[in-house]
Design a binder for this molecule. Structure first.
Ligand SMILES: Nc1ncnc2c1ncn2[C@@H]1O[C@H](COP(=O)(O)OP(=O)(O)OP(=O)(O)O)[C@@H](O)[C@H]1O
Ligand SMILES: [Mg+2]
Length: 391
């Protein structure tokens, strides 16, 4: 039987979690194809995926609070992983968090990483978990987060601009909040913050325009793979002011003018009303907005299609094959769709998938990806030996 693990793709070979959530010391010797992580509710399956997320993104996909990830009886945690890239480059990544000092240290091949942006994107991941259903059904911030998450992995400049933009926005909002409480409208520093906001904001807007242009075809192709061509998905970028098809200079001028125009209103309510933090992305199926018109099945299909499109986008831009982290997605879908998802992802890259129910998995079609089955009980993991028997 052919084994696809030799294919050129990014692979996590081994994961070690120490005092990480309910894992005291967990060592996972990974299949380079499909890793099935089984266990009852609350045993520690998602925590394994969270550990991988720390290694690839320097943070959790579940929380922004590193302290809650630290085992309740410990003063910090460590996640360590050995990766082999598409080009067979070895990466030893270690993320250590010290709760007492509230400090996170990241090393790649023993070298300290000062800025997470300098390595994010080298180990791309595509994450699908039940909470992500809010991407197609929730508020605009969910879709902005989805887009930012992808573009940040593929562009260091974008990630740095986002961090900068948030800092500038926070400062500007502080001033506006002061104006609101003090009933004032004059501040000498606001001009400088306007200029900074426009300078960084315009880079983010331009990159979002480019992203949607690239992503549009990927989502159409991915959706068609899942359903045929009867339904046409589309995504649109709706910036907080009208600028989707114009030059950088025009965007700058319009953005700046909008800040001037709405300044008095902003002083009354105490925060910034225009800019990339208020942008929207519209997702449609056959010209109907998914938020209001999609059925449950269409939501799920759209989400899976977004994730496949994300995979192809990141693979192209990062020049590295992303790893799939699929958290508890099988229970959310009917058997046929979930099996197709498993087979499609297994074909494309290394997969880590959690499930409470082994019956949701048909091993035969994924046998060539050399699957490994792990069982987790109270934060202790066991590899079920002899994968040949599984298949
Ligand atoms: N900081 C922590 N220290 C110790 N244990 C923790 C910590 N954070 C979470 N846990 C424990 O981890 C377990 C949850 O782990 P996880 O979310 O990985 O479960 P799961 O197997 O994915 O469950 P489900 O099937 O319900 O999604 C719970 O038992 C919880 O009490
Ligand atoms: Mg879970």
């Amino acid at each position: 039987m052919c084994c696809k693990q030799g294919k050129d793709r990014l692979k996590l070979q081994q994961l070690v979690l120490e005092t990480f959530r309910n894992h005291q010391k967990t060592i996972v010797d990974c299949s380079l194809g499909v890793n099935i992580i089984l266990g009852d509710n609350g045993e520690g399956k998602t925590n394994i995926l969270e550990g991988i997320s720390y290694l690839c993104l320097s943070k959790s996909f579940c929380t922004s609070n590193d302290t809650v990830v630290t085992n309740v009886e410990a003063t910090g945690f460590t996640a360590t992983g050995n990766f082999i890239s598409d080009n067979k480059v070895f990466y030893n990544v270690q993320v250590t968090f010290n709760k007492l000092e509230n400090k996170k240290l990241i090393t790649v091949n023993k070298e300290k990483i000062n800025k997470a942006s300098s390595y994010i994107g080298q180990l791309p991941v595509v994450i699908l978990s039940p909470e992500q259903s809010s991407i197609t059904s929730g508020s605009p911030s969910n879709r902005r987060r989805f887009v930012d998450f992808i573009v940040s992995q593929s562009s260091k400049t974008y990630l740095e601009c986002l961090i900068d933009y948030r800092r500038i926005l926070k400062q500007r909002n502080k001033i506006l909040s002061y104006m609101m409480f003090s009933h004032k409208e004059n501040d000498e520093t606001i001009e400088t913050w306007n200029e900074n906001l426009v300078r960084i904001g315009v880079i983010i807007i331009k990159k979002r325009i480019e992203f949607i242009e690239d992503f549009q075809n990927l989502i159409i192709d991915s959706y068609a793979k899942l359903t045929g061509t009867a339904e046409l998905p589309r995504i649109f970028y709706l910036p907080s002011f009208d600028c989707a098809t114009v030059s950088k200079e025009t965007i700058e001028t319009t953005f700046y003018q909008m800040l001037q125009d709405r300044y008095l209103e902003e002083c009354r309510i105490g925060y910034t009303l225009v800019g990339p933090h208020r942008d929207e992305f519209i997702f449609q199926i056959n010209k109907l907005d998914t938020r209001y018109f999609a059925s449950q099945g269409q939501h799920k299909t759209f989400l899976v299609a977004l994730k496949l499109a994300e995979f192809f986008y990141l693979k192209d831009k990062c020049k590295e094959t992303p790893i799939f982290l699929l958290d508890d997605v099988l229970s959310e879908m009917d058997k046929q769709r979930s099996q197709r998802l498993l087979e499609t992802t297994a074909e494309l890259g290394q997969v880590f998938i959690t499930s409470t129910d082994e019956r949701a998995i048909n091993w035969k079609p994924i046998a060539s990806s050399n699957p490994r089955k792990f069982i987790i009980k109270q934060g202790r993991i066991d590899l079920v030996e002899n994968p040949a028997q599984i298949c």
